[in-house]
Ligand binder design. Structure first.
Ligand code: PLP
Length: 374
């Protein structure tokens, strides 16, 4: 089996699984319980918060970590939570046209509640259009949410420049789900940001939102007031502990993994770029973990299925809507035509992939293209 769909989800690492099993066997108490067994987990979770902030070079005086059940929830908590709480001062809010649906659909919802929403364009090279951003700023503070790396094409945004333009009084949120561990990030540029465990070799159902302590947000779910009332629900200590292992492993091996992914991606770019009927979406800011291409002479869904029959797994667009025949809105935002937008293939590389697998992929891919009719 060759798995090139790491942007959809990753295989949990052995370290993560071992920690999850260990903690589930020995530290299963509810961290909210008042006995010593539960309290021990509460203390452990607070220690994990400190470790995460330290790993990200953030001070625990200024930032705090809120654990959630996933990135969709974290994006909702950050955006809805901030906007609903600060609606008077921050009625003007903005995001980009190529965000993940868990951001875009929240902004669409906020639009119906009366917020003034701007959807900032992206350039044909897949990064936020800073001129368009400038044109939508009127000197007053805004709430802005811009993704770190795009989940379909892997292009990365420059938060230094974005922060410079929106100013220190504006609030900046970053969906860093595809960016963390894949590109260097200065986390101090953000007021709020989030990422999730299952995209970094952790488990599904566990994520976090990190925010500046001085920023107030409202909860979006109500219940037992865990996480200072911002995210009610029993804290899952084993998953959180496994998440913290995934985070530290990500940064311990950053350079080695980056170099390996780049070697694989460079090889794929060279080999696939020369095939007739393949249009690569390869740009200077792409991180080495995602390679997007479109087929201009064959149906991408047919090729993805043929690869799948050979146990080679790539994706068409993002995993969220790849079952239906949807045009890639991301490719449309970078001015790709209908044929390309309807026939995208995403190859996403992870730490378990090898150059050898990429070679097999290229060989099988070429054979499939030759064997199927247009
Ligand atoms: N944000 C980005 C950029 C993503 O790629 C994804 C998932 O693919 C999400 C948010 C949502 O993550 P989840 O489906 O795990 O909640």
């Amino acid at each position: 089996m060759i798995y090139f769909d790491n942007a959809a989800t990753t295989k949990p690492s052995d370290n993560v699984l071992n920690e999850f099993v260990r903690a589930s066997n020995t530290q299963y108490a509810n961290p909210g319980s008042i006995h010593a067994f539960g309290m021990e987990n509460r203390v452990n979770i607070d220690r994990i918060r400190l470790n995460i902030l330290k790993t990200l070079n953030l001070s625990n005086k200024d930032y705090e970590v809120i654990f959630t059940g996933g990135a969709t929830e974290s994006n909702n908590l950050a955006i809805q939570g901030f906007c609903l709480r600060n609606a008077k001062r921050f009625n003007h809010i903005m995001t980009s046209v190529y965000e993940h649906s868990s951001v875009l659909n929240v902004f669409k919802h906020l639009e119906t509640l009366g917020f003034k929403v701007d959807y900032i364009k992206v350039t044909p090279e897949g990064v936020l259009d800073l001129n368009d951003l400038k044109e939508h700023l009127d000197g007053k503070p805004v709430f802005a949410s811009f993704m770190g790396a795009n989940n379909e094409i892997g292009t990365t945004n420059d938060y230094g420049k974005i922060r410079e333009l929106i100013g220190e009084d504006s609030i900046l949120h970053g969906d860093l789900v595809q960016a963390i561990g894949k590109t260097r990030i200065d986390f101090t540029k953000f007021d709020l940001f989030n990422f999730t465990s299952h995209k970094i070799y952790g488990l599904k159902g566990c994520a976090c939102l990190i925010k500046k302590k001085k920023i107030n947000i409202s909860p979006i779910v109500y219940g037992g007031n865990q996480e200072e009332g911002l995210r009610s629900g029993t804290l899952d200590y084993p998953s959180i502990s496994a998440f913290s292992v995934a985070i530290s492993d990500l940064f311990t091996n950053y350079e080695t993994e980056y170099k390996k992914a780049k070697e694989i991606r460079d090889y794929l770019v060279k080999e696939l770029g020369s095939i007739d009927g393949v249009a690569l979406h390869d740009f200077p800011t792409c991180c080495p973990y995602i390679l997007s291409l479109s087929l201009t002479k064959k149906k991408a869904s047919v090729v993805v299925e043929a690869l799948s029959n050979k146990e080679i797994f790539v994706n068409s667009v993002s995993a969220c809507y790849s079952k239906s025949e949807v045009v890639s809105y991301v490719l449309k935002t970078i001015n790709r035509d209908d044929i390309e937008a309807k026939n995208p293939i995403r190859i996403s590389i992870g730490k378990y992939n090898t150059l050898e697998e990429a070679k097999i992929f290229v060989k099988e891919f070429k054979e499939i293209l030759e064997s199927i009719r247009s």
